[in-house]
Design a protein around this ligand. Structure first.
Ligand SMILES: [Zn+2]
Length: 266
C-alpha cells in the first residue's frame, strides 16, 4: 500500500524582533521559529522531497515515486509572505495559504496588498473561514457566511478562484463538508493526523501540525508518514487532558466561590 502524502500544517512563523499575534501558550505552541522552519525545509531538500500545494497534490497524475509533502499555512499571518514565502521559493516549493478573510489587514495578519503579492508569487490561496469561529454548531446561515461568502470575498480580492478550505481549529463534520462542496470547493482540510491517500475523502483531508517543539527527526518521520499513529494517540490523550483540566478548573472555581460565600459545609 502506498504511504500517501503528508500535508503539513503551519501557522505563524516567529522571527527575531517581531511580536507574535498572540503570546498565549496555547497559540505559541503552534508557532515555529524561523530557524526551525529553515532547518525543516533543508531537511526536506536533503531527503529529495517535493513541496506541493493542495491542487498539485490532488491532481490525478501523482504516481511518481518521488517523495512529496504538501505545505499548508492556516490563518493568513503576515509571516506567510514575509518569512515563509521567500524560504519556500529558495527551495522551489509551493504551498497553500489558507486565509481567514475577516482578519485581513489586522495587526500581524496579511494586508490586502500582501495577500495579492503572495498570490502573484504563484502560491495558492485557500480559505480559512470569515471569522475563525469553530463551525460545528453554527446555524446554517452563519455557516454560509463562514464558508461561502468568505470564498466569494477572497476570490474578488485576489481575482482567482479559491478551491480549497481549511476548518478553523481543524474542527470538521459532514455538514461543513457538504456546505463547502455545494459552494464549489474541491477540498476541505482538517487537523486529523494521517497521511492522505488516493482514496481519501477530499472533503476530509488530514494534516499534521508542525509545532514549536517538533524536533527535526520527528519532522522527518512525519513527512515520511511514519509515527503518525503515535502522534494520533498523543493528540487524543491531549484532548482528554484538556477536558480533565477544564473540569478541574471548574471544580476549583466552584469551591472558591462556595468558600467565599461562607458555605457551612465541611
Ligand atoms: Zn486557524
Amino acid at each position: 500500500m502506498s504511504t500517501g502524502i503528508v500535508y503539513l500544517m503551519y501557522h505563524e512563523i516567529q522571527s527575531p524582533g517581531r511580536e507574535l499575534i498572540d503570546d498565549a501558550p496555547g497559540y505559541a505552541r503552534y508557532v515555529v521559529t524561523i530557524a526551525n522552519f529553515r532547518a525543516q525545509l533543508a531537511r526536506l531538500r536533503a531527503g529529495n522531497f517535493l513541496g506541493l500545494n493542495v491542487t498539485d497534490a490532488l491532481a490525478p497524475d501523482q504516481e511518481t515515486p518521488v517523495s512529496r509533502v504538501v505545505t499548508t499555512f492556516d490563518d493568513g499571518c503576515e509571516t506567510d509572505l514575509t518569512v515563509a514565502a521567500p524560504l519556500l521559493r529558495e527551495h522551489n516549493y509551493n504551498a497553500t495559504f489558507y486565509v481567514t478573510t475577516g482578519h485581513i489587514g489586522r495587526r500581524g495578519y496579511l494586508t490586502k496588498s500582501q495577500l495579492l503579492e503572495l498570490a502573484a508569487l504563484g502560491f495558492e490561496i485557500g480559505c480559512h473561514s470569515m471569522s475563525h469561529r469553530l463551525l460545528l454548531d453554527l446555524p446554517l446561515d452563519q455557516l454560509h457566511i463562514e464558508i461561502v461568502v468568505a470564498k466569494e470575498q477572497l476570490e474578488q480580492l485576489i481575482g482567482k478562484r479559491v478551491a480549497h478550505f481549511s476548518c478553523p481549529g481543524g474542527r470538521w463534520n459532514r455538514r461543513v463538508a457538504q456546505v463547502a462542496r455545494d459552494a464549489g470547493y474541491e477540498s476541505v482540510a482538517t487537523s486529523r493526523v494521517s497521511a492522505n491517500h488516493r482514496t481519501t475523502d477530499r472533503f476530509r483531508l488530514s494534516r499534521v501540525a508542525v509545532m514549536r517543539d517538533t524536533s527535526l527527526s520527528e519532522f522527518e518521520r512525519y513527512c515520511r508518514g511514519e509515527k503518525l499513529l503515535k502522534r494520533q494517540a498523543q493528540e487524543a490523550m491531549l484532548s482528554v487532558a484538556k477536558k480533565a483540566l477544564g473540569n478541574w478548573g471548574y471544580q476549583k472555581f466552584r469551591s472558591t466561590m462556595l468558600g467565599a460565600r461562607g458555605t457551612p459545609q465541611g
